[in-house]
Ligand binder design. Structure first.
Ligand SMILES: CSC[C@H]1O[C@H](OP(=O)(O)O)[C@H](O)[C@@H]1O
Length: 355
């Protein structure tokens, strides 16, 4: 299969033609079934984010932007105050779906700012501005992923082996992706990489989504269990590690899918560059260090049951299911954003992104 353009330009999250519904690909059904869901209610949108039907920090932000716009159109209000009160209720509800990826609150806050900055306009005029803003969030992410892909590609060369963890491709973003973006862009330009994709237990974003995107795009991908990252590095097959991110603290500590910090420690041990790739919308300067990042704890049953026909452990056995971990900035070779590559000292280089 070689449908490179189909992969890089997938419509994973979009607004319906009439602007009154959010349409997503249900990522929990991939790779075997490509099913579109139409989301119109606050619960539909909340559940889609919470159940990872739409997932990946940027994609969650884009979905939340469209989602609050769709919900704002349902508000029955005579005055601005009535409208704003209901708007904030919806915003807080969607914001409570998942705590770690900052793009969720970043997008919702941005949409709220449109409302508060236009309190003297009619509700109809505010809705028009909200429609423009949620579309801008999506368009900007497309541009950001394009720039991240270019910067990321400058770090690797034809024939390199790349290890990645979880999924930070087009399904997790808008177009191309962040960690996978350079690989798709390189493929477009005739470069070939050998990618090793960690399956990423327990929700298997690597197995189900990354290997699906790369295989479909005709990129050499080898799926490995998470505990095999060390041997492929020791064998000399990996020249760089590329991972995504869900929230980056001001000092460069980066939250990403559980298991990422282990990959970074292994990369350090084997002297392999480890890069975090993500848009500046995933940087949270309010988090001074990774200690300030809330780590989502998910249902332990996902470990036992989520992708097993039969439970793989006795129900009496306790399971611990943090969805993310934080990679210490000292383990990160560079942070690739749409504004350029940040190197240590990250406190300084990250701050420079926002001046
Ligand atoms: C491009 S951000 C992708 C990022 O989001 C994933 O988390 P989840 O699948 O739980 O939404 C994972 O941490 C990826 O690296």
């Amino acid at each position: 299969m070689n449908n490179l353009n189909e992969v890089t330009h997938i419509d994973n999250v979009k607004l319906s033609e009439d602007g009154k519904k959010v349409i997503i690909i249900d990522q929990t059904k991939l790779p075997n079934v490509t099913e579109y869901l139409t989301l119109g209610s606050d619960k539909d949108i909340y559940d889609a984010i919470f159940e990872l039907k739409v997932r990946g920090a940027p994609a969650i932000g884009i979905c939340a932007g469209y989602g609050i716009y769709v919900l704002a159109q349902t508000i029955k209000a005579e005055t601005f105050d009535e409208f704003y009160r209901e708007f904030v209720k919806y915003k807080d509800y969607l914001n409570s779906s998942r705590p770690t990826a900052v793009n969720l609150s970043w997008a919702l806050n941005r949409m709220e700012e449109v409302v508060t900055a236009n309190k003297n306009k009619t509700i109809g005029e505010i809705l028009k501005l909200l429609g423009d803003e949620c579309r801008a969030i999506h368009e900007e992410d497309i541009k950001m992923c394009g720039a991240i892909s270019e910067y990321g590609l400058s770090l690797i060369k034809d024939g390199d082996g790349i290890l990645t963890h979880c999924n930070a491709g087009p399904l997790a973003t808008s177009r191309y992706g962040t960690a996978l973006g350079p690989l798709f862009l390189g493929k477009e330009r005739g470069l070939n990489f050998r990618v090793f994709a960690d399956e990423t237990r327990p929700l298997l974003q690597g197995a189900r989504l990354t290997s699906y995107e790369l295989e479909k795009a005709g990129i050499d991908v080898t799926l490995i269990c998470d505990n095999m990252a060390s041997i492929v590095m020791k064998n000399g097959w990996i020249q760089a590690c590329f991972v995504g991110c869900d929230r980056i603290a001001a000092n460069g500590d980066a939250a990403n899918k559980i298991g990422t910090s282990g990959v970074a420690i292994l990369a350090k041990h084997y002297g392999i560059p480890f890069y975090v790739l993500g848009p500046t919308s995933t940087i949270d300067l309010n988090c001074k260090t990774g200690e300030d990042i809330e780590i989502e704890l998910r249902d332990p049953e996902e470990i036992r049951n989520k992708f097993y026909k039969e439970p793989m452990a006795l129900k009496e056995v306790k399971c611990y299911n943090p969805a993310f971990d934080v990679t210490d900035h000292n383990l990160i070779s560079g942070i690739v954003t749409e504004k350029g590559i940040c190197y240590a000292p990250f406190e300084k280089s990250i701050k420079a992104l926002f001046v």
